[in-house]
Design a protein around this ligand. Structure first.
Ligand SMILES: *Cc1c(COP(=O)(O)O)cnc(C)c1O
Length: 415
């Protein structure tokens, strides 16, 4: 008798991924993923694909940084590579205004903690060299907040999320970059939620020396999991001096497989780890789609459809507190307050994948990653309105659909 269990084949249903992420992967990306042949990680077409990805990624990010490539894994993998330059005892000011920048703050405390500080509280070290500036949930990190903190602390590093997905807030990247330059801090930015959604060029922000994003949000490439990162020469020079205690997530070593050696693009990548031909093919297609649609056009489309969704949920009596364009964070109408989790569960049980906030206060998040057309937005609105009604709330469906029709009618007429 064997106690080995072979479970039935795993079936995962199709849902509407209407949350903060992952976004809806384009069928073209899935086709490239499944269509790639089995080829090893040193095969010339796999290496060529990685080099082409690197060049396309520089265009998507708007940078001439040679150290621009993908990190195998999720957003946190890219962030771990970016924060790897932060060494024990380094002074850091970290701005936190929600769940994700909060975790970035924990990462920074783990990296900057001395051995004694880490041992004193291994899972949540309090590093004396790290200053966390807490900005309340629902508010943005402003240039003034950054300026004041950097003037007071003059840190080696400053870090912030560009778009805080926990509360749906856009932080002031220009103010952050300016303050970093003025006070000689090296800026590090979590651009997981903004890349591929907002139209910006990282080279326009000279105070920022490290950027990290993810595959699954604005790049719409869930299956391949390459997290885009980019580093200035200044960052790389700093890293060359201090070193860092990681092999796999070492920015200089990881770059080699993408054909970046000694700060230069080279013909042939060098082994760092076993990259997947399937993943490379999918990532390559996702970047091609982004550049074909253009980042600028996508940013416009997000703005356009976010405003439609905002108008519709406002007509339901909800209050929107976010200002990101890929995501709406809202409070339910007064009569439904406190039932956010119940409503989210109800929607999720029907394959309508919206989300609550992951830290207090509880709010509802509805995302539109790669759901950029009137029909899909109208479907999301209908499902959300029905869910409120199912739970006994009142929605004036006529008013909601006229808000939506009016918005699309007016906006399309104006074009
Ligand atoms: C989603 C997100 C992350 C984490 O990305 P994963 O792909 O889940 O690892 C980090 N930071 C921000 C701002 C995010 O939105």
């Amino acid at each position: 008798m064997s106690d080995v269990t072979v479970f039935p084949q795993l079936e995962i249903p199709e849902t509407i991924a209407a949350g903060p992420g992952p976004g809806n992967t384009d069928a073209r990306v899935l086709a490239r993923f499944a269509g790639a042949g089995l080829a090893d990680h040193m095969h010339e077409d796999v290496l060529r694909g990685m080099k082409e990805c690197k060049h396309m990624l520089r265009d998507v990010m708007g940078t001439k940084n040679v150290h621009t490539f993908g990190v195998a894994g999720t957003g946190w993998s890219g962030l771990d590579v970016m924060f790897s330059a932060v060494m024990p005892g380094d002074s850091v000011v970290m701005f936190v205004n929600g769940t994700f920048s909060g975790i970035d703050g924990l990462t920074v405390r783990m990296k900057a903690a001395t051995a004694e500080e880490l041992a004193a509280d291994p899972m949540n070290p309090q590093a004396a060299s790290v200053t966390i500036i807490d900005v309340p949930h629902g508010q943005s990190v402003t240039g003034e907040i950054v300026e004041k903190a950097l003037a007071a602390h003059k840190p080696k590093w400053a870090a912030m999320a560009h778009w805080e997905t926990g509360s749906g807030r856009i932080n002031d990247i220009q103010g952050f970059s300016d303050a970093c330059e003025k006070h000689g801090a090296m800026g590090l930015v979590d651009a997981v939620s903004s890349l591929g959604v907002e139209d910006f060029r990282i080279d326009d922000y000279p105070g920022i020396h490290g950027w990290a994003s993810c595959p699954q949000k604005g790049i719409c490439c869930l299956p391949l999991t390459y997290a885009p990162v980019s580093f200035t020469d200044h960052y790389i020079d700093m890293l060359k001096k201090t070193g860092t205690r990681t092999f796999v997530h070492h920015p200089i070593l990881e770059a080699r497989h993408w054909g970046i050696v000694d700060g230069q693009d080279v013909e042939k990548g060098a082994y760092h780890r076993t990259h997947s031909a399937y993943a490379v093919a999918a990532f390559h297609e996702a970047l091609r789609i982004t550049l074909q649609q253009t980042v600028a056009q996508r940013a416009k489309d997000y703005q356009f459809h976010e405003a439609a969704l905002r108008a519709a949920v406002t007509a339901m009596g909800c209050t929107v507190t976010s200002n990101m364009t890929s995501l709406i964070v809202l409070n339910l109408p007064e009569a439904m307050a406190g039932r956010e989790m119940e409503l989210v569960q109800h929607c999720r049980a029907q394959g309508f994948g919206i989300w609550p906030t992951l830290s207090e206060p509880v709010q509802i998040r509805i995302g539109i990653l790669n759901l950029l057309n009137e029909q899909t937005i109208s479907d999301i609105v209908r499902r959300f309105g029905d869910a409120i009604t199912d739970l006994g709330g009142t929605v004036d469906h006529g008013r909601v659909s006229s808000a939506l029709n009016e918005y699309y009618g007016r906006s399309i007429a104006a074009e």
